[in-house]
Ligand binder design. Structure first.
Ligand SMILES: Nc1ncnc2c1ncn2[C@@H]1O[C@H](COP(=O)(O)OP(=O)(O)OP(=O)(O)O)[C@@H](O)[C@H]1O
Length: 271
């Protein structure tokens, strides 16, 4: 179970992005985080595995208190938290197979990681996952030859091969067209059910959240103002979430700012 307790994040700029956020996620629940631009959705998802360092509160995964772990223990617990990114964060010059296998780098010795010596069971599992995410036939293509939807499937496969206890997805559909977004959401739902793990998804499209999530958390100005099943997200709840904020219809470009330190999580694994 993931427990987020009174989580706070104040950036050096003074921006209070999270003002005491608390919730729990367990089982194979799909939890969508929605809210207007600047509400703190991305900060919340990235604070869970400390890609963004929270300034207060506590995150626990089962018996491990993630906040407060030293660097090496944090690296270990990040293996339990698969991360999926808006801009995919693939290594463009590497093949699909190599990108997927990079999800296992954190499990190899430094020398084997450096040489990319993956054990046969990792390669076997990578092939199985490749098939599961419908990437059969493109395993030897370079990542930069793929469509956006295919790239996100590689990103998902790379997270799944870690055998995580939970998946965190930071705007996984923002760079995709509507049909591909639905395919990706459907794939994520299948994975949650088949692997029996929860998924927390920061998502802009309220319709997708309603159609695919079991529970919706609405953030407004760094605080949770809604936490319930999609069928309870009535107009009053929407007004609470989006009051004063930029409405989704007003949004122009999705933020590309989430690429800055996400490379760290890959770099941590030896890339
Ligand atoms: N690296 C940073 N430095 C300073 N302030 C930041 C940083 N990242 C985010 N913020 C601020 O924190 C607040 C929450 O931002 P965050 O990106 O988490 O919101 P969001 O809901 O994900 O927005 P969007 O939907 O536009 O991506 C905003 O006021 C934002 O300006």
């Amino acid at each position: 179970m993931l427990t987020v307790d009174n989580l706070e994040k104040t950036y050096d700029s003074g921006d209070k992005a999270l003002k005491g956020v608390s919730f729990e996620v367990s089982g194979n629940e799909i939890v969508a985080i929605i809210g207007p631009s600047g509400a703190g959705k991305s900060t919340l998802v990235r604070s869970i595995n400390r890609l963004t360092e929270p300034t207060g509160g506590r995150v626990s995964l089962d018996d491990t208190v993630v906040t407060g772990l030293g660097k090496s223990a944090l690296r270990d617990v990040r293996r339990d938290m698969g991360m999926i990114f808006q801009e995919f964060n693939l290594v463009e010059r590497l093949t699909v197979m190599e990108n997927i296998l990079s999800g296992r780098l954190g499990y190899l010795s430094t020398w084997n990681a450096f040489r990319r010596n993956f054990p046969p069971e990792d390669i076997k599992r990578a092939r199985e996952i490749l098939s599961r995410v419908n990437l059969d036939g493109v395993e030897n293509n370079r990542a930069d030859e793929l469509s956006g939807g295919q790239r996100q499937r590689v990103g998902i496969a790379r997270a799944v091969i870690q055998r995580p206890k939970i998946l965190l997805a930071d705007e996984p559909t923002s760079a995709l067209d509507p049909d591909t977004s639905r395919e990706v959401m459907s794939l994520l739902t299948d994975i949650a059910h088949e692997d029996d793990i929860p998924i927390i998804i920061n998502i802009h499209e309220v319709d997708l959240a309603i159609d695919y999530a079991d529970r919706i958390i609405g953030l407004s100005d760094g605080e949770i103002v809604f936490n319930g099943p999609p069928d309870e997200l009535d107009q009053a709840a929407r007004d609470d979430i989006y009051r004063g904020g930029e409405s989704i219809a007003d949004r122009e470009e999705p933020s590309a700012s989430n690429n800055t330190d996400s490379d760290d999580v890959i770099a941590e694994r030896g890339d």
